[in-house]
Design a protein. Sequence first.
Length: 504
Amino acid sequence: MAKPALMDYDKALELFEPVLGFEVHVELNTQTKMFSDAPNPAALGNVHAEPNTYITPVDLGLPGSLPVVNEQAVKYSISLGLALGCEIAPTSRFARKNYFYPDLAKNYQISQYDEPIAFDGSVDIELPNGRQITVPIERAHMEEDAGKLTHVGGATGRIQGAEYSLVDYNRAGVPLVEIVTKMIEGAEADAPEVGKAYVAAIRDIVVALGISEAKMERGNLRCDANISLRRRGSDTLGTRTETKNVNSLRSVERAIRYEIQRQAAILEAGGTITQETRHWHEDTGVTSAGRPKSDADDYRYFPEPDLLPVEPSAELIAELRAALPEAPALRRKRLQAAWGFTDLEFQDVVNSGLLVEVEETVAAGASPAAARKWWTGEIARLANAASVDPSTLVSPKHVAELALLIDMGSLTDRLARQVLEGVIAGEGTPAEVVQSRGLTVVSDDSALIAAIDEALAAQPDVLEKIREGKVQAAGAVIGAVMKAMQGKADAARVRELVLERAGQ
């Protein structure tokens, strides 16, 4: 896909002010769907289950079938609203959002419109540069997900050019909470980072609550980013675009930056922005036009006649408020203090998006320094090379076991990297990979001394140099021993033995 003309990012910020808004959809991990007793694939982990197996007449909108509200989904939604600092409505109502699409068997979606369950909240975020921003929340409302279309034929996998489409209703009716922000102004050049940090904050909150897996790559958490530009000196808001279903934190950041540059180039050339949905293409780093964006009036909302209003008691709200976990911002401060990380070290973990993985690795027995080193270092490198999420490669338990083997002296860092590759390849636990590959460090001094003597015989002048005070000369012997031992020797112990040989 050819990239359209883009304006330099800094130039775009000189001419225009970006105005942002986000709609984040969170799949709830209830055992059943929002309005039926069909199993919820989001909770079961069966995201690739046989098509159209997790369905009931309600999910298919068959005549005579009636929806029933999932009580647990309501409780989860209230908890999320409270964690977002929202007011909880004493009464809220479901509505029918009418539009035709094949993955909506009823031709409408049951959602909430003018009477959401939670409203008027805020989320505090911190950017990598230390800037703190409060994102205002307009509402958080309950709704059901749609099914999934697969377009067969054609080159793009989209409906244009496809020979036919297949519909899978397994996802239809999965409970969602949609979190809608108010307009976010003043982000300026930090706009892409604001989007990334905000979505990361929502992810941290729902994971802490235990109401969703929040895996963006699995669609548990999806972000629609609204971007418009306002010309400097003007009070008139620009026309917004909505980039749909961006599926990673990095993509949120890239999509916002791209849209700012794209819109700025069009406006400065005298063109106009079309109010539309746009699709983000991870491979090419561009957005493409979807469909014209409808306003609320186009959906012909009206109250859902088959469902009563939701009226949570004050006692229930108080109970759920009391059960809220530690706020993610407070948790981060506590973890940094407990781990003894500097601001830079801790920000490195936060920016990597691996705070949960590091925390779980420490809980499994690794030192904070080792957990940070492996997750943000070698594991992140391998994940980046494979274009996957680091958490999909290896478990915190296995990383902790790897760190313990190093602490015990059974592995060097070099050997540990080989063990990690084996674990990722599915060869078993770190201990099993060590056993099958024969990667244990040689700790027998007699074997090391034999290798040292052989290396010294090949370099007879080294001992004399060390005795003269040129201790760095030992490096040549250490290198030869490590090579002879195929990296299985402890370099520190080899150095000690070499210096002993030299009488140091």
